[in-house]
Design a protein around this ligand. Structure first.
Ligand code: NAD
Length: 339
């Protein structure tokens, strides 16, 4: 079996990807420092997979530790999820974000090079597009100036990967630009586990529905969209996980000095109010929400053109918004001990 190192593998997307990889015959190995996840994730993975996933607890910026992982295991590819990801926080502690997100990529690339490991899938984000001039957004759509240090780290990391390949490096790289990941594993053994007040919409919605948060505020209903609220492309985390498996399989058949970028979304945009209505339908609960003023830095609307990823990787989203919200809701109920 091929060993795949998953950095940040105890996190939301990483843990679901560990499941998808195992189901496709890969052997995941996780490195995580638990800066934004909990050790209980490993128990959830064990319940789903029926066995333990190998874990190295530590930091991806620790070159000795990362080197040790490559020496102890024959690694055939890396998926680099580990990063700090809260947009708001990144404006307060930008140096921490630059150090963690860029530093860890440099360590991973350096150690991969040392050990002759070629295949890398990198977690990028639709945040690199800012507010695009054309919609749906294509991979070739010019990137805009980043709205936050977090967004800038993703742009810089993409640039580093391109410069690395331009240097004729013996590597094959895919950057996946995720749109808005939602949902949870249908077993409710793993899901999104935000520490503290959620920065993302869906955990805020589900936490409000169970009373952990009093009220959800929708930031602005005067945007140029069908109901005035912002539009995003919500992609089920199971679909997203599968895109990583497809990426690794694709990389195995490429020659050296390869790099490409793919949007990973459904190709559908939904407004915040549509999300709330769909959530109320699947959960059969009324959500306590209010409309507030716009929030600085929010993009009005963005959703993906997925033609390239559909065609080249043979991947397309299998789940819709209802499926995603149902799984998020079941996960929240499990966390809150309901039913
Ligand atoms: N969730 C989203 O909305 C979203 C959207 C676009 C892109 N992304 C990117 O996808 C990746 C995964 O996101 P996620 O939602 O699973 O986040 P997450 O915070 O749940 O997972 C990241 C994991 O990495 C770990 N980590 C962070 N820095 C580390 C380090 N230096 N060494 C070891 N472990 C470290 C954290 O403890 C956490 O378990 C990130 O790179 C993120 O920027 C996420």
């Amino acid at each position: 079996m091929k060993n795949i190192l998953i950095t940040g593998g105890a996190g939301y997307i990483g843990s679901h990807t560990a499941v998808a990889l195992t189901k496709s015959g890969f052997e995941p190995i996780i490195i995580d420092n638990f800066s934004n996840s909990e050790r209980s994730v490993l128990k959830g993975l064990k319940k789903i997979l029926g066995r333990d996933v190998k874990l190295y607890e530590g930091d991806c910026n620790d070159r000795d530790l990362v080197g040790k992982i490559f020496s102890e295991n024959q690694i055939s590819g890396v998926i680099h999820f580990a990063a700090s990801k809260a947009v708001g926080e990144s404006t307060q502690i930008p140096l921490t974000y630059y150090a963690n997100n860029i530093g860890s990529l440099l360590v991973i690339l350096g150690v991969m090079q040392e050990h002759g490991v070629k295949n890398l899938v990198f977690s990028s984000s639709c945040t690199v597009y800012g507010q695009p001039d054309e919609l749906p957004v294509l991979e070739s759509t010019p990137r805009k100036e980043a709205e936050s240090p977090y967004g800038n780290t993703k742009k810089i990391c993409e640039d580093i990967l391109h410069d690395y390949i331009k240097s004729k490096a013996s590597a094959r790289i895919i950057s996946l630009r995720y749109f808005n990941p939602v949902g949870a594993h249908p077993s409710s053994e793993i899901g999104e586990l935000p520490l503290g007040v959620p920065a993302n919409l869906i955990p805020f919605v589900t936490q409000t529905a169970v009373g952990i948060r009093e009220k959800l505020t929708v930031f602005g209903d005067d945007y140029d969209t069908k109901d005035g609220t912002c539009v995003r492309d919500y992609i089920h985390v199971l679909d997203l996980a599968d895109a990583h498996v497809k990426s690794l399989e694709y990389l195995e058949n490429q020659s050296d000095c390869f790099i490409d970028t793919f949007n990973v979304g459904t190709g559908q945009g939904n407004t915040i109010l549509e999300v709330i209505n769909t959530f109320e339908k699947v959960s059969e609960r009324k959500l306590n929400y209010q409309i507030g003023p716009r929030r600085g830095g929010d993009i009005e609307k963005v959703w993906a053109n997925t033609d390239k990823v559909n065609k080249v990787l043979g991947w397309s989203a299998q789940y819709n918004l209802e499926d995603s919200l149902r799984d998020s809701w079941n996960w929240q109920k499990r966390l809150s001990g309901i039913e």
